[in-house]
Design a protein around this ligand. Structure first.
Ligand SMILES: *Cc1c(COP(=O)(O)O)cnc(C)c1O
Length: 479
């Protein structure tokens, strides 16, 4: 075994229980095809509860909105509709989906750039419209006026905050309005007071960097102050998503792996990746250059704990913790976790179609699935799949290729160490794919099938399953 090559995924109890019955999984793949996605609705409810616990412990009011774009499953959305959580939709299709799943308009937040139809339906059902631009607010006001709709609750999405003290990099964003343009946006809202009601301000930063988020949250607090000064009565700050997930079971494995990768790129050990791909690292005259461009797959602080940590941070200019500032001002805190609420909520099964050796002598495993079906690599998340069924054997390093006639259709560019030599007909289980990796990019390239999705839930004697579209919360084991 080459322990430096192993990246053991973190797995919840129910995921382990599901993987413990490989014959059953194999029969499901026979019937429904490979790849096959499995979602775990009860897990998303448990994840929401962790967020709610942070709010409760700190006596903060507000809502958690699941960012729908992380997963298309109906089962997950219906399960959330049965609970306390809200949902964040970023397209007309997602809005229609959540309405059909049982969400009432008041529990829905519409984000992202919006076309006219999306704006109309969001306003019609009473969703909060998280405005991406001034033009969008004007169009929304025109729609509400023309159709005689009740005042629409709106938030202003801000981006590019200026740092008051130490310069902190605030990444430019394509979305939202620059914090400096707030005054103009408030003018627009002023003109449309009869039809638009300012609920608050928001940001969403696609980063794991807590400094950047603290700066944005401070910017939002200042923006609330400015809006209050202009005679508005905003009540909520929405801090978006980006709380992240810890994918790996072992910090040591992650540290060893990333260190060894640098060594391999320098040519000081055999390659660990396809054509010695460096994930951003490269060797220049015997020196390692570049930066490792992968997701920090092992994380101490992710999900609800990341929220907790952010709330504990002190605002530089306001000199108190964000939790205290929110409480003192009686502001509601809104969050929009996507990936973090989908943590441990699903996995993707793929059948091994062929095992061969390439011209260069590398063992290559071709799957009945491709890199769009299992897109962890595209999102730069490195973790090992689980080989089923488990049998004793000699650990074997292999490359995993997909079913598209494309040179670059590799499920991962890493060499993956499996606990025994794989054989055609075996299954690989890619765990923790529910957040963005299972169906975000899946398509019909080469007319290959797209994965079906099934929902599993605990039942007498283990677990039970049904097609995703046939899952309704009354099926689950709610107490
Ligand atoms: C994508 C997105 C989210 C969710 O981000 P995660 O990183 O999955 O938590 C939340 N809010 C908005 C506006 C988004 O675009």
């Amino acid at each position: 075994m080459k322990p430096e090559l192993v990246l053991t995924p973190l797995m919840s109890g129910l995921i382990r229980d599901v993987l413990a019955v490989p014959e059953r999984l194999s029969a499901m793949v026979d019937a429904l095809g490979s790849p096959l996605n499995i979602v775990v609705p009860e897990q998303i409810t448990a994840n929401v509860a962790e967020y709610r616990a942070v709010y409760d412990r700190r006596r903060l009011s507000g809502e958690v909105y699941f960012a729908h774009k992380a997963n298309r499953s109906s089962a997950l959305i219906r399960e959330l509709a049965a609970g306390e959580c809200g949902v964040d939709v970023a397209s007309l299709g997602e809005l229609r989906h959540v309405l059909a799943a049982g969400f009432s308009g008041d529990r829905i937040m519409a984000t992202g750039p919006k076309d006219t139809e999306f704006l109309w339906l969001a306003a019609r059902v009473g969703a909060v419209v998280n405005a991406d631009s001034r033009a969008e607010l004007r169009e929304l006001a025109a729609i509400a006026t023309r159709f005689g709709l009740p005042p629409v609750r709106v938030m202003i999405r801000l981006s590019a905050f200026d740092s008051p003290g130490v310069p902190i990099l605030s990444r430019p964003s394509r979305f939202g309005v620059h914090a400096r343009e707030l005054a103009d946006v408030l003018d627009t809202l002023d003109e449309h007071r009869a039809v638009l009601r300012l609920l608050g301000v928001s940001y969403h930063l696609d980063t794991t960097g807590i400094e950047e988020k603290a700066l944005a949250l401070e910017g939002c607090l200042l923006a609330m102050h400015e809006a209050l000064g202009r005679g508005f009565a905003p009540t909520a700050i929405d801090i978006g998503g980006g709380f992240g997930v810890n994918y790996l079971a072992d910090r040591g494995e992650w540290e060893r792996y990333t260190t060894e990768l640098g060594t391999a790129v320098l040519g000081l050990r055999p390659p660990m990746t396809w054509q010695n791909h460096g994930y951003g690292l490269r060797a220049e005259a015997g020196t390692l250059r570049g930066a490792l461009g992968v997701y920090p797959a092992y994380r101490d602080t992710a999900g609800a704990r990341y929220l907790d940590e952010l709330l504990d941070r002190e605002s530089v200019s306001l000199e108190r913790s964000f939790a205290t500032l929110l409480l003192e001002n009686l502001y509601d805190l809104y969050t929009e976790p996507g990936r973090a609420l989908a943590d441990q909520c699903g996995l993707t099964l793929a059948r091994i179609a062929e095992v061969r050796t390439t011209h260069s002598g590398d063992p290559l495993v071709r799957l009945a699935a491709n890199s769009r079906d299992i897109s962890a690599e595209e999102h730069a998340v490195l973790m090992d799949p689980v080989l089923l069924p488990s049998r004793p054997g000699t650990p074997t390093g292999v490359y995993l290729a997909g079913n598209l006639c494309l040179e670059d259709d590799l499920i991962t560019r890493r060499q993956v160490t499996l606990p025994r030599p794989p054989e055609p007909g075996d299954l690989l289980a890619f765990v923790n794919t529910a957040g963005y990796f299972m169906d975000f990019a899946a398509d019909h390239a080469l007319m290959q099938p797209i994965a079906r999705t099934v929902a599993v839930h605990r039942a007498a004697g283990g677990w039970s399953w049904c097609l995703d579209e046939q899952y309704w919360p009354v099926k689950g084991n709610r107490s």
